[in-house]
Design a protein around this ligand. Structure first.
Ligand SMILES: [Zn+2]
Length: 319
């Protein structure tokens, strides 16, 4: 069976793995990125660790089709590098794609991590075979990726589908992207926590501060915990979150006409309490004809999404 080498670059961890054409991870590992020390040291250590993994699996570059790399954006696809990623200071202009290609003598391809995850979910995960698929990650921020007519939508310069930054309110809170009132300013894990903290700091009583051990420590996890105990403030914050998610997803449904929206990220640990009302809102706000064909489901790849998504990019590039 055909195999690829996959790398998943993050601000703290640089993961890698060897992945089969059916999405099975044959072996994997990770090194610390040590992002502030620059790209060369991280790429050289991850390459050494991946060479060791290949040796352990009794494989060489000749057994592999190519290399896929999933990276935080924005990316300079033409040069194979990150371009101003806030979590990777000093990495701009260094060709991660070029250096890893050289280290293994294989063709390499870099893609935005959420776009790679979309392709991974399409080839191997919850959206297998659904040719019009949107992937959304609800975590610290909101990431997005789109599969359109069976291909990853990379866009004019490889940075398509920044769905976390569609504007829900032009007068809303300032987003790190420079905009105001972006989707991720309302519905990411960070945004849920921020609204909870602000309400408690403004004098609302809630079990959330006790659960968190202080208002400053409140996370979306504590909001969900308090929600389970029917805490009125947590219920209010959750109702608003679902409303924002419904509005944002409806725009996405009306734009892409997807058959399926696959949702991953830490916030999805909420399960039915998230998915049931979110589906109802999103499909209710979208055009009925488009809503009728769209399902909204949890991601299928779990913790493997980074490496398997990167592998999917390598398989697509090799086609
Ligand atoms: Zn934004």
């Amino acid at each position: 069976m055909r195999k690829v080498l996959a790398f998943d670059l993050g601000g703290t961890k640089f993961a890698f793995g060897v992945v089969n054409e059916d999405g099975t991870v044959l072996g994997s590992g990770r090194v610390d990125t040590l992002a502030t020390q620059g790209p060369a040291q991280a790429v050289s250590r991850v390459a050494a660790a991946a060479h060791a993994l290949l040796a352990e699996l009794k494989l060489t570059s000749k057994d592999l089709l190519g290399i896929g790399i999933a990276s935080p954006g924005p990316l300079d696809i033409a040069r194979g590098c990150v371009d101003g990623s806030p979590n990777l200071p000093g990495w701009t202009g260094y060709s991660i794609e070029g250096e890893l290609s050289k280290a293994f003598q294989l063709p390499a391809r870099i893609d935005n991590d959420a776009n790679a995850a979309a392709l991974g979910e399409y080839l191997f995960g919850a959206g297998k075979g659904k040719k019009n698929l949107i992937y959304i990650t609800l975590s610290t921020g909101i990431g997005g990726g789109a599969i359109v007519d069976g291909r990853m939508m990379r866009g004019a310069n490889g940075n398509a589908a920044e769905l976390g930054h569609l504007t829900l309110d032009i007068k809303g809170p300032k987003c790190p992207c420079g905009g105001n009132g972006c989707f991720e300013m309302y519905a990411s894990g960070t945004a849920i926590a921020r609204r909870a903290k602000a309400a408690v700091a403004a004098g609302r009583t809630s079990s959330m501060s006790t659960l968190a051990g202080g208002v400053e420590n409140i996370t979306s996890h504590h909001v969900l915990q308090a929600l389970g105990q029917k805490d009125p403030l947590a219920q209010e914050i959750w109702t608003d979150t679902i409303e924002y998610l419904g509005r944002g997803l409806a725009v996405i449904i009306n734009t892409f006409n997807p058959e399926i929206i696959v949702i991953g990220g830490g916030v999805t640990a909420a399960g039915d309490v998230l998915f049931i009302p979110m589906r109802e809102k999103a499909l209710g706000y979208a055009f009925p004809r488009l809503a009728a064909v769209c399902s909204i489901v949890p991601a299928g790849l779990g913790g493997n999404v980074g490496v398997v998504g990167a592998a999917a990019c390598a398989f697509e590039a090799a086609q």
